[in-house]
Design a protein around this ligand. Structure first.
Ligand code: 4AD
Ligand code: MG
Length: 480
């Protein structure tokens, strides 16, 4: 058997010394022809592997370069070096994979995040991205644990769909028809999609919600966790063209139940990461503090990353309606002094991220759940309130991020739903299957979508969403 190794995390977490182990990993640095800093991805910390002078021949020593993959066997001993309790006194070092030091782009020094994004295939091997992606893993695991503990059924909704779940027209087309004008045409000159692979127009999903609702009409409590795609031309630090979303959908829930679940869910997964990734969070917290030192004093955060996360799990989210939020924004000094790019002058306008961030970061200084938005700025499936102007929508806004959750109670009344679809030019024929859920045993229900990368951003403190997904897709970029 080849892989009889101990993971460095396990080795370093023990107190035990004087036993023989084998470790395998990638060389982070090699000093004085003796001290190898070895990392195997199981932890932030490197293991110091000491190859005493004379143990290795010149040929092998030359091959222990930054980035090389090695296997080392030896005795675990107490370390005299600072920063570590234990080290490995090697009796044998084998090179598993060479790495040309001249060509390997990652040197043992600080690289900019922009540079690392260009070599996303190698950035997993840095401290920062090691921490980010171990935390991403923990958060994903916690998502499943949270819902599993509450008896939710995990449903996989399709990635290729024939409908536009958000009705916003931001879809990537899926087709096997030729692009060079040779596609089969109808008599009127339009493309004949009956000849296409699926015999109809198809696209990548923007949300699994509509299919999720169908499952909730049988299991009551379900959730999805999958990739979603949006062809919106947004070049921001919070938008991706391919992102992951968690969408729970619950029968017998109203808007308040929905908000309660979302708040409990967010707190739960943050707590899970705090418990399971303390060292990675500590590292990222310090990293952020360093980064903030470049900023003027008045722009620095009052709380560091760890304090911010603790604050969020320990305090109630602020709940208010859209109308109350507009009143606050309209009257705030920021608006009066025309410091917003988009001034808030009347009820009904959509909130921009500058407004969301003002509410969360300046006004309430905590996460906010905004409810009951004007129907005209929200999707067709949201439940219409009795006032005729608003819908039972909810957005959760997080400090530093803005919108992290979007959700609503759903319109379960067939006539009201069909009227709204007509008003919004949503083709009912395409969604007839969806309407069936309102024809056969409809019930009050609600759900929401959490943008997973925005959540990872919040927990890791990474400022750019492109740095919390392994291989980001955004306008004009689909490398790797
Ligand atoms: O608000 P959205 O569009 O809501 C929905 O898709 C609903 N179907 C959800 C539901 O009720 N089941 O998207 C939900 C969340 C947003 O709050 C945001 O966190 C994230 O998905 N999101 C994005 N994240 C990264 N890049 C993008 N382009 C995103 N668009 C939305
Ligand atoms: Mg939204």
């Amino acid at each position: 058997m080849f892989n009889q190794r101990i993971k460095i995390k396990e080795l370093l977490s023990g107190e035990k010394t004087d036993y023989t182990v084998t470790v395998m990993g990638w060389v982070r640095s090699f000093r004085n022809n003796q001290f190898i800093a070895l990392n195997d991805g199981s932890t932030q910390h490197n293991l110091q592997v000491v190859a005493e002078l004379g143990l290795l021949n010149d040929e092998t020593l030359k091959r222990i370069t930054t980035g090389a993959c090695i296997k080392a066997t030896g005795n675990v001993v107490a370390s005299l070096g600072k920063g570590q309790k234990l080290e490995l006194k090697a009796t044998e070092v084998t090179i598993l994979g060479d790495s040309d030091a001249e060509k390997f782009p990652l040197q043992p020094k600080k690289h900019s995040l922009e540079f690392l994004r260009e070599i996303a295939h190698l950035r997993f091997r840095t401290n920062t991205f090691g921490a980010v992606f171990r935390i991403r893993h923990s958060l994903a695991f916690a998502v499943h644990q949270f819902f599993n503990e509450r008896g939710f059924v995990y449903i996989n909704t399709p990635i290729i769909t024939g409908s536009d779940a958000e009705g916003a027209g931001e879809m990537f087309r899926v087709t096997t028809l030729p692009l060079d004008g040779k596609a089969p045409k109808n008599k009127d000159g339009s493309i004949n999609f009956k000849e296409d692979f699926f015999g109809r127009e198809t696209n990548l999903t923007v949300s699994g919600q509509l299919e999720g609702e169908m499952a909730a009409m049988a299991f009551a409590d379900i959730y999805t966790f999958g990739p979603t795609f949006r062809a919106e031309n947004s070049n921001t630090t919070r938008h991706l063209a391919e992102f992951w979303m968690i969408e729970p959908e619950m029968a017998f829930y109203d808007l308040e139940d929905n908000a309660n679940l979302a708040e409990a869910f967010i707190k739960y997964i943050i707590r899970y990461a705090m418990e399971h990734n303390p060292e990675d969070l500590q590292f990222l917290s310090q990293r952020l503090e360093e980064e903030e030192k470049q900023k003027p004093q008045n722009e620095r955060s009052e709380l560091n990353l760890l304090q911010k996360l603790e604050f969020v799990v320990d305090n109630d989210f602020q709940r208010l309606t859209y109308t109350e939020a507009i009143d606050i924004l309209k009257d705030c000094n920021h608006n009066k002094k025309k410091k917003f790019q988009y001034l808030i002058d009347k009820w009904g306008v959509d909130l921009q991220s500058e407004h969301e961030r003002y509410l969360v970061e300046k006004h309430f200084k905590k996460p906010v759940i905004l409810t009951n938005y004007p129907k005209d700025i929200k999707a067709f499936y949201m439940r219409q309130n009795d006032d005729g102007n608003t819908v039972a929508a909810m957005d959760i806004l997080a400090p530093g991020i803005g919108e992290i959750v979007g959700g609503s109670q759903r319109e379960e009344r067939l006539d009201k739903l069909m009227n709204r679809m007509k008003e919004m030019n949503i083709p009912a024929e395409e969604l007839d299957w969806y309407l069936d859920s309102r024809r056969f045993g409809a019930c009050p229900h609600a759900g929401f979508g959490l943008g997973f990368e925005r959540m990872v951003q919040f927990v890791t403190g990474m400022t750019n969403i492109r740095d919390v997904i392994p291989f980001p897709r955004y306008p004009k970029s689909a490398a790797f």
